[in-house]
Design a protein around this ligand. Structure first.
Ligand code: IMP
Ligand code: MG
Length: 177
């Protein structure tokens, strides 16, 4: 595969694994083991993170996925978000943990959170692997953030650039040639 960019390593597979361990410890102690927890992955970028995270949870969990797409210029604060694939599960009365790869402007997550809130979950919490706080346009109340990173375009560990690089085991910043 030829590419007109290189990837500069930012977070190693070992650093990610250590952080996911710590997040799982916090999540395990935060939720009651009531068998009402559903972990919802936001596709597609969260697929590796959620796979690693749920394997470290000692709580009984269900897993489901939702897929959203945003359109319009990323410089517009009123970006439209559309649901491409909805949940299978009815989340009313359940504890929902929404798992996201990266919070950038916050538009995608705030749209999905508003949608899920209309379905009356018992709890609705967010665990995002990465956050770029300097890019935020909408406030996001995420209880767990893996790493805060600078305003750089990153790939790997599920996160893509033009659908590539999701399979990299570490996270790196894209450097255009
Ligand atoms: P937001 O709606 O601006 O918060 O965008 C969130 C989505 O944009 C993330 O779930 C990613 O799919 C994508 N995104 C944001 N920053 C990056 C990046 O650095 N690399 C790859 N995708 C990104
Ligand atoms: Mg995403």
């Amino acid at each position: 595969m030829s590419a007109d960019y290189t990837v500069r390593p930012m977070l190693s597979a070992a650093e990610i694994a250590t952080r996911v361990d710590a997040l799982a410890v916090e999540i395990n102690s935060y939720f009651e083991p009531t068998e009402n927890l559903i972990v919802v992955g936001l596709l597609r970028g969260s697929f590796i993170f959620i796979a690693d995270l749920v394997r470290r949870l000692s709580l009984p969990v269900e897993v489901d996925f939702i897929e959203a797409a945003s359109y319009g210029s990323s410089t517009q604060s009123s970006r439209q978000v559309r649901i491409l694939k909805d949940l299978h599960t009815t989340v009313e009365g359940l504890d929902v943990l929404l798992v996201e790869d990266i919070v950038d402007t916050g538009h995608t997550l705030s749209h999905v959170l508003r949608l899920l809130a209309t379905r009356h979950p018992n709890r609705l919490e967010v665990c995002a692997l990465l956050s770029k706080p300097s890019r935020r346009e909408e406030e996001i109340d995420a209880r767990w953030i893996g790493f805060e990173i600078p305003d750089e375009f990153v790939v790997g560990y599920g996160i893509d650039y033009a659908q590539r690089n999701r399979n990299m085991p570490y996270i790196g910043a894209v450097e255009f040639a």
